[in-house]
Design a protein around this ligand. Sequence first.
Ligand code: F6R
Length: 341
Amino acid sequence: YNADTKGMLKALWELPEQCARAWELGMAADVSPMDNLRQVVVTGLGGSAIGGDLLRVYATQRLDVPVVVNRDYVLPKFVGPYTLVFAVSYSGNTEETLSAYVQAREKGARIVVLTTGGKLGELAGNDGVPVITVPGGIAPRSATGYLFIPTLAVLYRMGLLPDLSHEVAECTSLLQSMREKLKPEVPRDSNQAKMLAANFHNRIPVIWGSSGTTEVVAQRWKGQINENAKAPAYWNVFPELNHNELVGFEFPGELLRRLYVVILRDPQDHPRVQKRFAITREIMEGEVAGVVEIMARGSGTLARMYSLVYIGDYASVYLAMLYGVDPGPVRVIDTLKARLA
Ligand code: F6R
């Protein structure tokens, strides 16, 4: 492997420990309880926003207030003194996030910043806003533990979520056992991630989750395939896709033969959604190149979400290797940012 692929694989290998460390970082943050909280907003882009979606999905059945993910320069109108805003930027230099941070200050929101530093770290430091400084040196998308799990610890410390340290510990040990079967030394026929990559190779992955916990994981798989393998991929969500996307699969012929469908499942998916998976699969099979179902593992929500994230992360790096591309650099994003400067 070249240095870049090695670096990406190293970050993946270390994800379990990252999750454990991330909880500690959140526990050490300088935050105090908040009365009359009305909304939580996570503002960030790309790899720094997906943690917000993980929080949104995680918290939807646990928090009394909504979590909104903002991927824009402008914050929603409702943001005010009763809003908790997590401003997240791995580099600390993403212009949309800097703009949203300034707005959050103007609107008097409570803010917590997650970053490695950059301009955001500097601004927050000057403003006396609590900063959770996460370790640098990896790609933002490799830092989902650092950019998500501290938010759970902050919400716990503010009295809004229960103590989730046991869930974090379960997630860490589950990922530690999973990596032994996903690592590069394990040959393809016993390595689920390598098998997936082989099935994705020269095809278009279509990743489906459900509106429960797997929705955000499907989005994550798509993003990882895009950014690591530099390849197209698409995602959607049950039951919504049964009301539109499925019809697009009536199109006959070669086009569908290029699609490889993954259905991400959670044992706690709604029973009617589980039935929809089965019927949809029957309808699709034979039309597309293949359909595979992957079941989440673990008992806590965190472990179930990350067990699926982990398989997709590894598969996307193996797909990069099959395509002969470096998984690390995202040159087109860098070019675009430079042209905007
Ligand atoms: C992911 C990636 C991008 C960035 C995004 C925002 O690895 O490189 O999706 O996360 O451009 O940048 P940051 O995270 O630095 O705010």
